[in-house]
Design a protein around this ligand. Structure first.
Ligand code: XMP
Length: 525
């Protein structure tokens, strides 16, 4: 029996990989392809179902992403989401028009319970809308199966032909019953049995890596973060000592982090890796002097990484492959994930120079979200404290210092961040102790101090000061694609503020950032 799979056709929306991930959560293999992929190749993969994603354009715009009518006539169940639903209507004879106002945000949805997609979904539920265009007429054979106040065709279906459409986004967490709806599509409409498991990911990757690498030599960029650590352990399981890990201390790490990474992956740690630490702080500060633009900083940091790897590789002799712990959000937000718009170029993807001295780059985690990477990490037996470490961006404090990076600013942000982490960790442990092991409801998934480029007047010990403002950021997020600011209790923030202004030279003000993502991003640059 071939592995059952659902195919997601990508029309360029920001949430497309989330759709695939929701399908994987149903234990069904899911692959994403661009809408440009020839339909016959899609059919040849014999998908059990096809999902058409959202996208940034209008279906009637010139040159808009499109699809052939045959897609809807092959007898394969199709679910269109937002743009995908509009496209289905346009191709099949319905009508899509520009609304006067954009509908955006959480919206009440009334569903028709007789639709298989709304099995066990509440009759009145919430959905996440984000669209300009709307379906004003449905194609023949379709009926409306859900409505919102302003949207008569929030969901529609032609059950006889197994064609379904949602104007809203079931894949995001803002549609609380969205996963259930997708699950209904995958199981009740496509008839999948759910026999695919995430645990097999590590085993399959190890096999694939062995086959690809043969007896070649591999160099791994190890940052000590979750992603590159999982990638390194995966590679070491696959090819053992053919792997050399290079850890670049770029002087933009959190306080003491370089030594902590060396303690785990170095010769005294539990892994049998070839480990090389390169201390390159001075080199980085020189390159970054006078540079303020965030994308430029990312490019410089990324390029210097590659230069250092090349140097280390040359010292080692022949190196055939370079491994990176790129994960899916890095790919999509760098604009390489298919059709989505570029938000930031993460150093390990978009900033890669074209000429590198390696045959190929291996990115074993490229299709996974953070929590899926963690699941793989646990599956590989990596210690929990490492697996659940909070994420840290490749360009490090370089993008947590707004504007020019200097050694002095690095020192300030490191010290402030160390105090912040110490106090938050203390408060979290205390909460758990007092609540029988229960996690604090405000526990952030990522939190850090950043240095604003703002200096302001203050007074300390009767003296005028003119110092920097530190920004504290803390977010709650599951997938890092959307996030909301964490409600760290006021008294804890006050303790942190007092400690930072008292203990960190050069800081006279502390601000707390309440912005969500969107409209912000998690990092401030
Ligand atoms: P944003 O700021 O894009 O962050 O909302 C989402 C997640 O990605 C991390 N991040 C980066 N990681 N290189 C990285 O390797 C980068 O340039 C970068 N920028 C953001 C961020 O810490 C968060 O976990």
């Amino acid at each position: 029996m071939p592995q059952e799979k659902v195919i997601v056709i990508d029309f360029g929306g920001q949430y497309n990989q989330l759709v695939a991930r929701r399908v994987r959560e149903c234990n069904v293999l899911c692959e994403i392809y661009s809408w440009r992929k020839p339909l016959d190749e899609i059919f040849a993969m014999e998908p059990k179902g096809i999902i058409l994603t959202g996208g940034p354009n209008s279906v009637y715009a010139e040159g808009a992403a499109s699809c052939e009518r045959r897609l809807f006539e092959a007898g394969i169940p199709v679910l269109g989401l937002c743009y995908g639903a509009q496209l289905m209507m346009q191709v099949l004879g319905g009508k899509v028009e520009r609304a006067e106002n954009r509908e955006y945000g959480k919206t009440e949805l009334h569903v028709d319970k007789t639709s298989p997609l709304f099995y066990e979904v509440k009759e009145n539920t919430i959905c996440w809308m984000s669209h300009f265009d709307y379906i004003s007429e449905i194609a023949e054979g379709f009926r409306s199966t859900a409505q919102t106040q302003s949207c008569p065709y929030a969901a529609l279906e032609d059950e006889a032909h197994k064609l379904y459409g949602f104007q809203f986004h079931p894949e995001v967490l803002h549609t609380p019953e969205g996963s259930k709806m997708l699950r209904n599509f995958v199981y009740r409409v496509c008839g999948c049995s759910g026999d695919w498991r995430m645990d097999s990911f590590a085993a399959r990757q190890i096999e694939a890596i062995r086959e690809k690498v043969g007896d070649g030599r591999v160099l791994c960029a190890l940052s000590g973060g979750v992603d590159s650590s999982v990638a390194a352990v995966l590679l070491s399981r696959a090819i053992g000592k053919q792997l050399t890990c290079v850890f670049v201390d770029h002087g933009l790490l959190r306080k003491n982090e370089g030594d902590e990474v060396e303690a785990v992956f170095g010769p005294d740690g539990p892994y049998e890796l070839n480990f090389i630490r390169v201390n390159a702080a001075e080199r980085y500060y020189e390159k970054l002097a006078g540079v303020e633009e965030p994308e430029k900083k990312r490019r410089i940091i990324g390029e210097e990484f590659i230069r250092i790897f090349e140097e280390e590789a040359r010292k080692l002799g022949t190196v055939d492959y370079l491994v990176q712990g790129t994960i899916y959000p890095d790919v999509v937000e760098s604009g390489l994930g298919g059709e989505s718009a570029v938000i930031k170029s993460h150093h390990n993807v978009g900033g890669l120079p074209e000429h590198v001295d390696f045959k190929e780059i291996i990115e074993p985690l490229r299709d996974l979200f953070k929590d899926e990477v963690r699941a793989v990490g646990l599956n590989l037996g990596i210690p929990k404290n490492l697996v659940f470490r909070q994420p840290f961006p490749g360009p490090g404090l370089g993008i947590r210092i707004i504007g020019e990076v200097t050694a002095e600013k690095v020192r300030i942000v490191q010290d402030a961040d160390a105090i912040y982490r110490e106090e938050v960790d203390k408060a979290l442990s205390l909460y758990e102790e007092e609540h029988g092991g229960e996690e604090a409801p405000w526990k952030p998934n990522q939190f850090f101090a950043a240095l604003s480029n703002m200096r302001s007047v203050g007074v300390m010990g009767d003296e005028r000061t003119y110092d920097y403002a530190v920004v504290l950021r803390a977010v709650r997020t599951i997938d890092f694609m959307t996030a909301e600011s964490a409600n760290i209790p006021w008294d804890i923030l006050q303790t942190i503020t007092t400690r930072i202004v008292n203990e960190v030279r050069g800081v006279n003000r502390v601000l707390y950032d309440l912005t969500g993502k969107p409209p912000g991003t998690i990092e401030m640059e």
